[in-house]
Design a protein around this ligand. Structure first.
Ligand SMILES: Cc1cc2nc3c(=O)[nH]c(=O)nc-3n(C[C@H](O)[C@H](O)[C@H](O)COP(=O)(O)OP(=O)(O)OC[C@H]3O[C@@H](n4cnc5c(N)ncnc54)[C@H](O)[C@@H]3O)c2cc1C
Length: 400
């Protein structure tokens, strides 16, 4: 269903654009089965930045007015919002990681094994678990129902449900996934939960599912208060740029040309490389589909990412600091430039890499896209104040 190349992502965008206006606003909530055309199916591409948010919104606004495509543009900005919010509240990610690690080394709750193998006896849940495993994708509304039934009907920890999604979704993303699960559970908007009902499921699946025995109440989960938020750093480029620059792409951003075009001082890497580790999403096994999608996306990025000598990028065998260091030494680099990695597994990895490179006198420079720099600071509160900023952000970033 999802071919992991930038060309396939751009084709999918092209194909979807005519439907991104009022059709999307009217039909997007229905999940009528796997051959859906009412949503874009772009998330695996956007998640890896095989296609960027900027390209998606620009293509849509080339065809529709902002008022006609408002709903679709807002959905793209939901991703931006979640990433900006988690960036300012990294403790949420740290706690999630700690909790999932705790289950991985401790005891799993009763019912977990059945739930992740599609054996709960709730026909809809079982079909959705299998769809997720078989395709690496679920419709947004279905993700909401699934998470709600997981937490409130099956009474299982939200962290394990989020982990199950993160391991199987081709678009699995630290921010969008973790914070959406928290939103359903009543942690993200404190006290406000999402309760799935059989009638809503029947309506939006056109009667394909009408599960019985679902919870009829949803008491919000509670948590220790979070520490004060961390403001977004103001600099787009962090680190000292030396004489011999190598560019290292990773699975958070596989589109070098538009990233470097925003930063002319970085446009001449003498060497390029790509390294990814989807297994770092979880202490449990990440699906074969996710691993294969990432591996092919990495190969695709390597072919497209040339250095100043016209060589395509080297695909590194793994993401270990020692492997990156060997590449940097063989190319005699004094600087390794990476796309900024927002809070999540790649961010964790780059922390260790920075220290290892520094010990050998090689600097690590992170480069953030204008899109993220402009929008993230507004993601400090709820989505509704953020949403008010979208027209101005679109003027600044896309049509300005
Ligand atoms: C419990 C739960 C977990 C989720 N986990 C993820 C995840 O790991 N990764 C992920 O990208 N999205 C996640 N989402 C958001 C959303 O479900 C998917 O982005 C969307 O279903 C992808 O399908 P699409 O590309 O056809 O979306 P469209 O409706 O065509 O939307 C266009 C683009 O906007 C973005 N988008 C749309 N809705 C959302 C949203 N609610 N939050 C964030 N971005 C959005 C995506 O990049 C998407 O490709 C989750 C939602 C829930 C309720």
């Amino acid at each position: 269903m999802f071919i992991p190349t930038r060309a396939a992502g751009l084709d999918a965008l092209d194909e979807f654009v005519p439907r991104a206006g009022r059709d999307y606003a009217r039909d997007r909530n229905a999940d009528l089965g796997a051959s859906r055309t009412n949503v874009s199916g772009l998330s695996p591409y956007v998640r890896h930045r095989l296609v960027t948010e900027h390209e998606v919104v620009a293509a849509v606004l080339d065809r529709h007015s902002l008022s006609a495509a408002e709903k679709f543009v807002q959905e793209v900005f939901w991703r931006t919002y979640w990433k900006g919010w988690l960036e300012q509240n990294p403790e949420v990610w740290r706690r999630y990681r700690r909790d999932v690690d705790g289950f991985a080394t401790g005891t799993l709750p009763t019912g977990y094994d059945d739930a992740v193998h599609g054996r709960t006896g709730i026909d809809a849940m079982d079909a959705w678990a299998r769809e997720l495993i078989d395709t690496g994708y679920l419709h947004n509304h279905t993700r909401m129902w699934f998470a709600s039934i997981w937490v409130f009907t099956l009474g299982m920890p939200w962290q394990l449900g989020a982990d199950f999604f993160h391991r199987h979704l081709l678009d699995g993303d630290a921010a969008s996934n973790t914070l959406s699960w928290r939103w359903v559970a009543g942690l993200q908007t404190a006290g406000k939960t999402y309760l799935a009902s059989a009638s809503n499921i029947a309506r939006y699946t056109d009667g394909r599912f009408s599960p019985t025995g679902l919870a009829t109440t949803a008491r919000a989960l509670v948590e220790e208060p979070l520490p004060p938020r961390t403001p977004i750093a103001s600099d787009d480029v962090v680190g000292t740029i030396g004489e011999r620059i190598g560019l290292l792409l990773h699975e958070e951003d596989l589109e070098a040309s538009s990233l470097l075009a925003e930063h002319p001082q970085l446009t001449a890497p003498v060497a390029t490389a790509v390294a990814a580790d989807p297994g770092a999403r979880s202490p449990f096994a990440v699906s074969d589909l996710v691993a294969a999608f990432t591996a092919t996306a990495v190969d695709d990025a390597a072919e497209r990412t040339l250095d100043t000598g016209g060589r395509s990028a080297q695909v590194l065998a793994d993401t270990l600091p020692s492997t990156v260091l060997r590449w940097a030494e063989s190319e005699q680099l004094d600087t390794v430039v990476v796309p900024y990695a927002p809070v999540g597994p790649v961010h964790e990895r780059l922390g260790a890499l920075r220290a290892a490179l520094a010990a050998e006198g090689v600097g690590l420079v992170t480069v953030r896209r204008r899109w993220d720099s402009a929008a993230w600071p507004s993601a400090s509160r709820g989505f509704f104040p953020f949403r008010e900023r979208i027209p101005a952000l679109v003027r600044q970033l896309v049509v300005g």
